[in-house]
Design a protein around this ligand. Structure first.
Ligand code: IMP
Ligand code: MG
Length: 174
């Protein structure tokens, strides 16, 4: 599918990288000893995860989950479906969910419930972006990269109908 419009830059590359380095250090400070198990939510969080782990010291392991609440558009169906589960168990581990954006909060709430039921030692959540004005459920997010307005954003892993994930910045589709 061809895309015509070029998104307007909202958060540039340097700003992203500086903030993500800070988040990585914050997470490591909160979990100073031992292994941190990062669980990235596919597909949107894949670049965030990549930059986050490269800025994190010590032992880090990763796994992936995928779920969908959007059917290719810009509005949530309100329904969350797990389409890829973890490869390994998380019992007794210090887990951090790595997500691209928290919008209504339904996806994260669902993931947190599923993961907590599996008995991790601790469960934290890191989101690159948050749109608080859109929240439908009060979900706990321990680390937020940037709080943004209610605009549909793309780039740096985030898509609109599978396009724009390759942009090195976060942009607004107008
Ligand atoms: P929530 O369940 O409404 O919080 O939606 C979370 C998911 O919706 C995110 O993981 C994204 O995949 C997607 N999403 C929400 N807002 C945006 C946006 O502005 N751009 C791209 N994807 C979005
Ligand atoms: Mg997502």
């Amino acid at each position: 599918m061809a895309t015509k419009t070029q998104p307007t830059v909202l958060i540039g590359e340097d700003e992203l990288s500086a903030r993500i380095n800070m988040l990585a250090h914050e997470i490591r400070q909160d979990l100073p000893a031992g292994q941190i198990h990062l669980i990235a939510v596919l597909k949107g969080a894949f670049l965030f995860l990549g930059d986050l782990i490269r800025a994190m010291d010590g032992h880090v392991t990763i796994d992936f989950m995928a779920c969908s609440s959007y059917a290719g558009g810009t509005t949530s169906s309100g329904e969350v479906r797990l389409s890829k589960d973890l490869d390994v168990g998380i019992e007794g581990r210090d887990v951090v969910i790595v997500e691209d954006i928290v919008d209504t909060g339904l996806t994260l709430h669902y993931l947190q419930e599923i993961l907590l039921a599996r008995g991790p030692r601790s469960l934290r959540t890191a989101c690159l972006l948050s749109k608080p004005s859109r929240r439908k459920i009060d979900v706990k997010v321990d680390y937020i990269g940037f709080t943004i307005e209610d605009k549909f954003v793309v780039g740096y892993g985030l898509d609109y109908a599978e396009q724009y994930r390759n942009l090195p910045y976060i942009g607004i589709l107008e």
